[in-house]
Design a protein around this ligand. Structure first.
Ligand code: 0RA
Length: 666
């Protein structure tokens, strides 16, 4: 550890805070070429949303400093040329020499090496953010210009980069007093994001404000050049966000003037971190709904949004459900709530949940679902007592809420009964398509239909299915691209009409979710570009003509394995890289070469394997198709890009995204 004893490149007096964390603690993995080669792997694409992700990554680093108690102010500024700066008054990125690269400053290493930075050794930060966790070096790699200024050890330093490479050396801009912190100013590279790509003030503004709600003690300042506000005059040129009420303020502002079931928002935060993390929440209920959706739930881990939900959301649901039940028991209403589910309780809810934990783990390719099991306990434990108290202290609100949940449950049961009756009679009347292998269960409860490409895959799927609950509909090749077809042409298309008959629903205005003959609709295509293309065509069709199916969370993609692994007589299928490594260490331990091939098509597997890997609900994974409600504009333009006339665009995009994952946003 001699390296850490070396003098800083810019010898100034060491400030006391740098002792806990210095250049030696930074872990280094690899250089930045992979990021420019495959940006999608690091930021989920190269579209508008991915580009705004760069901002999220940089502000998350500053938020980390704030969460750890080292920074109290953050400033965001978009200038007329589209350069974005984010600055904080934290400790400043370390500038001393790096132990593994003694000739380089830690600053340079953090900016030019992938996975460098303190985020991976969780002692460096009290709570490390990093959902994206990819680090500021990824932002650097994807910027045609990036400049870092660090005020630290009483000296102002500056270093500039282009496309991830240093432009010149780290500079000493002279002595400063009474100032610490980091400023990152950058511009996304048009070679990566396209010549027209530009930060949108409205999006940045919303993201910035959300951060302030999540970190009540931090003041965040917003500044934007007037040139960038022409399309969105409602966004101010300057603003200061400081919300002492945190999520309660956030929820109150989000709900606006909506009617609510109870008179007060139920909000709170756990006492100081007990060592397991801390929690803040706010929830209320509105009978008015939320646009297309029945509820509005947003969750965060270490201030990073988790649109995929996860264990913290589960903890909230559990606490509220159990609390309401207990209250019902107490007031002699116990019997009436026996059929109330967490879904009923969350119906109409506007809810925010934010957790801060030390070693967050995320699932899904987009890594947007929190998976730490302790988070659900943490949240449930934090909320239970205060919720009991909330209910007990205002019996009028409590009764109203209880009745609201019971009504939702009653309605749900009634709808299900009506649906089952309808389905039975409809099945008799309907002439189902001949190639549909229907399931035998009468109601739609827990049933699913697999839409597969081609008769041969259809044949395997029929053998692999559970006849009672799983139906198979083979479609011939590519369905019509609805994005460039007329309604008349769509209605005359055989594949589409078979599909709609099998599902039992109509198109457009005639769509009624209650008519859907199955609980889940699963697209199952080969894990190759053609398969991805067919899936994209189907998703576009559903998005355009039966959006209600997607909104209800009833459309899924099957996830066939990515790799076939053989060694002698042993064959296994791995669903992703991690699974492949696991199999290497558990199954393929013997001598002899293990042959690992990219898995080609569903037809490669025998029915038993297809069942285990892709169809059996106990062992498979499904990807739910969701529409990014916060970003409908992008979804719309993405669908146009994907499904419009330009097939090259489509192929490029599909190829980049063909590794389908647990939660696919379209
Ligand atoms: C690595 C180590 C330390 C701080 C930071 C990175 C850091 C990064 C960013 C990015 C934006 N603002 C930032 N502020 C700090 C710890 C340094 C120490 O212990 O003094």
């Amino acid at each position: 550890m001699a390296a850490s004893k070396k003098k800083d490149l810019f010898a100034g007096k060491k400030d006391t805070t740098s002792e806990s964390y210095s250049a030696k603690d930074i872990e280094v993995l690899e250089g930045l070429e992979p990021v420019r080669l495959r940006p999608g792997m690091y930021i989920g694409g190269t579209d508008d949303r991915a580009m705004h992700h760069l901002f999220a990554e940089v502000i998350d680093n500053s938020m980390d400093e704030a969460v750890a108690g080292h920074a109290s102010r953050i400033e965001v500024e978009l200038d007329a040329e589209g350069f974005l700066s984010i600055s904080d008054n934290g400790r400043g990125i370390p500038i001393g020499p790096h132990p593994k690269f003694p000739k380089k400053s830690a600053l340079e290493v953090i900016l030019t090496e992938l996975h460098s930075g303190g985020k991976f050794s969780n002692k460096a930060y009290e709570t490390s953010g990093g959902l994206h966790g990819v680090g500021v070096s990824v932002v650097n790699a994807l910027s045609d210009f990036l400049e870092v200024e660090v005020a630290r050890d009483k000296v102002l330093h500056r270093m500039q980069f282009s496309q991830g490479k240093p432009v010149g050396k780290i500079e000493n801009l002279g002595a400063i007093n009474n100032r610490r912190g980091t400023k990152v100013r950058f511009h996304p590279d048009p070679e990566i994001f396209g010549p027209k790509a530009a930060f949108r003030a409205a999006k940045l503004f919303t993201m910035t404000r959300a951060k302030a709600y999540l970190q009540p003690g931090v003041e965040i300042r917003w500044k934007c050049a007037p040139e960038k506000l022409k399309q969105t005059p409602e966004i101010p040129e300057a603003a200061t966000f400081l919300f002492p009420g945190g999520l309660a303020d956030y929820l109150a502002d989000t709900m606006g003037t909506k009617a609510t079931v109870t008179s007060e928002i139920f909000a709170g935060r756990s006492k100081k971190d007990s060592g397991h993390g801390r929690v803040e929440w706010a929830i209320t209920w509105s009978p008015e709904g939320y646009g297309e959706a029945d509820s509005f739930v947003r969750s965060y881990c270490n201030t990073v949004p988790t649109p995929g939900g996860g264990t913290h959301e589960a903890g909230l649901r559990a606490a509220i459900t159990k609390g309401l039940r207990a209250y019902a028991d107490l007031t002699g209403m116990g019997k009436k709530v026996s059929h109330v589910t967490p879904e009923d309780v969350m119906f109409g809810a506007g809810a925010l949940i934010s957790v801060f934990i030390k070693a967050p783990e995320f699932q899904g390719q987009t890594k947007d679902r929190l998976s730490n099991s302790e988070a659900s306990r943490l949240v449930e434990n934090a909320i239970r007592d205060p919720f009991d108290h909330y209910l007990a202290s205002s019996p009028k609100d409590a009764t109203q809420l209880l009745e609201w949940a019971i009504e939702r449950a009653d309605e749900r049961v009634k709808r299900r009964k009506a649906r089952d009756v309808k389905r039975k009679s409809a099945t008799k009347k309907l002439r189902l398509p001949g190639k549909l292998a229907d399931c035998s269960r009468k109601g739609s409860d827990d049933t699913e239909i697999f839409i597969v490409e081609g008769d041969s895959a259809g044949g395997s799927a029929k053998q692999a299915r559970n006849r009672e609950t799983q139906a198979i509909l083979p479609l011939k090749g590519k369905i019509l691209n609805v994005e460039s077809a007329t309604m008349a042409k769509i209605q005359a298309n055989n594949e589409i009409s078979d599909l709609m008959t099998a599902l039992g629903v109509g198109l457009g205005k005639k769509f009624d979710l209650d008519d859907l003959r199955y609980e889940r609709v699963v697209i199952m295509t080969d894990a190759d570009v053609d398969g991805a293309h067919i899936a994209a065509l189907l998703i576009t069709f559903f998005y355009r003509y039966t959006p209600g199916l997607i909104d209800a969370g009833r459309l899924y993609m099957a996830m066939p394995p990515l790799y076939k692994m053989t060694q002698g007589a042993k064959t296994e299928y791995a669903i992703d890289d991690a699974h492949r490594e696991e199999l290497m260490q558990t199954v393929f331990t013997g001598k002899g070469k293990v042959d690992i091939g990219r898995f080609k098509g569903l037809g490669e597997m025998n029915p038993a394997q297809l069942k285990d890997t892709t169809m059996n609900p106990k062992t498979r994974q499904l990807a739910r198709i969701t529409i990014d409600q916060d970003d409908l504009m992008t979804t719309e333009s993405l669908v146009e890009t994907l499904m419009g006339k330009k097939s090259e665009l489509r192929y490029e995009y599909i190829q980049e995204h063909a590794q389908f994952v647990e939660d696919v946003d379209i």
